[in-house]
Design a protein around this ligand. Structure first.
Ligand SMILES: NC(=O)c1ccc[n+]([C@@H]2O[C@H](COP(=O)([O-])OP(=O)(O)OC[C@H]3O[C@@H](n4cnc5c(N)ncnc54)[C@H](O)[C@@H]3O)[C@@H](O)[C@H]2O)c1
Length: 334
């Protein structure tokens, strides 16, 4: 525009004014036309560049969707899994499914009594030596590191990590962030130390448990909702890092809707929910509207994420209305 302004100001003067004026008017018109053509060219070029970028992004997303729709299956015989929060609820159902598929499992949990009781039942069902219980608070970074090492020492290697332990506590919301998000991040990094090809290991699968709360926010659980959003963001970014860095590790997020576990009961308790407990009826209305799933269906989704080797960076959703399905994202655009 500055160049256009200068050209317009450069008009003729004096005796030759009229002819000069006519000539300079012609020049001005020519210059304006030339400038407009240049601007149009520039805009078309930028449009073409933008369209090219969008096409590339949509191609990348399409490739991910295609990868999600085909199945390459993997046997779990001889594989070693670590499941946090494994003594109860969803974690317990997943431990059971892994043992049924002949994997060895380290069941990690804060609750010692429950963990030992659960291990005794699983030993009776699947035979001793297939499952170990490790008492650990995942919010304790050193204890979590030792738990990973302990698993590898007992079973020789590690192939599958399920970062499942989670709480809903709006009163002690910092603890909720620590358990639901920070520990998932630490669990992912520790899993990569033991499984990534970058560290000379054999590869594997990591599943981070999020929630449908990451898609349907609730006034009853603001911080829980934030942590579950965080789990998806972190997991998707790490999944891309794993693909681009050739880690040989597939990283997924799993988002169940309401599941029939003790966690669902804790949301009615003022000790857990603090001032947000007054919205519990709203939460209960959502539960009766959307229904409540059984942990066995979540374990089924988990097994699909583990065994389908064509899946990378999947965000699996499990709901009563649609069952097991995948979230798809719009192609990225600036
Ligand atoms: N139940 C649901 O409706 C639902 C829905 C969506 C997502 N989820 C998520 O699924 C995961 C499992 O939930 P659930 O419903 O099975 O819960 P749950 O309370 O039934 O079981 C959680 C297990 O984790 C253990 N745990 C809790 N804090 C721990 C810690 N700091 N260290 C180690 N272990 C710990 C508990 O002792 C328990 O055994 C959580 O991440 C939860 O947010 C649950």
């Amino acid at each position: 525009m500055q160049c256009l302004y200068r050209l317009i100001r450069r008009g003729g003067r004096g005796g030759r004014r009229r002819r000069g004026k006519q000539l300079s008017q012609k020049n001005k018109n020519r210059a304006v036309r030339k400038h407009v053509i240049e601007l149009e060219r520039e805009q078309k070029g930028a449009g073409r560049r933008r369209a090219g970028e969008e096409e590339k992004n949509s191609h990348r997303e399409k490739k991910k969707e295609e990868e999600c729709s085909c199945t390459g299956s993997m046997s779990l015989n001889g594989k070693v899994a670590l499941v946090t929060g494994g003594a109860q609820g969803i974690g317990r159902a997943v431990v059971q499914s892994l043992l049924q598929s002949s994997a060895k499992v380290a069941m990690v949990d804060l609750n010692k009594d429950l963990g030992e009781e659960c291990k005794a039942q699983l030993d009776a069902e699947f035979g001793e030596g297939n499952c170990t219980f490790i008492e650990c608070d995942v919010a304790n970074g050193d204890a979590l590191r030792d738990t990973f090492q302990n698993t590898v020492d007992q079973f020789g290697h590690l192939d599958i990590v399920i970062n499942n332990a989670g709480i809903t506590n709006e009163k002690d919301w910092e603890k909720t962030i620590q358990v639901n998000l920070t520990s998932v991040i630490k669990g992912t990094y520790l899993a990569l130390e033991h499984m990534s090809k970058e560290n000379g290991k054999q590869g594997g699968t990591i599943i981070n448990v999020s929630s449908m709360a990451a898609f349907m926010h609730s006034p009853h659980q603001p911080v829980y909702t934030a942590t579950k959003h965080g789990v998806i963001g972190f997991t998707r970014a790490m999944a891309d890092a794993a693909i681009q860095g050739d880690y040989g590790v597939r990283i997924h997020a799993l988002c169940p809707a309401f599941v029939d576990t003790p966690l669902l009961q804790s949301v009615e308790d003022e000790d857990n929910m603090g001032k947000f407990v007054k919205f519990k009826d709203d939460f209960k209305r959502s539960m009766s509207k959307f229904g409540v799933l059984q942990p066995s269906l979540i374990a089924e989704g988990m097994m699909r994420l583990i065994t389908d080797t064509s899946l990378h960076g999947a965000v699996m959703k499990i709901t009563c209305s649609k069952g097991i399905h995948f979230h798809t994202y719009e192609p990225m655009s600036a």
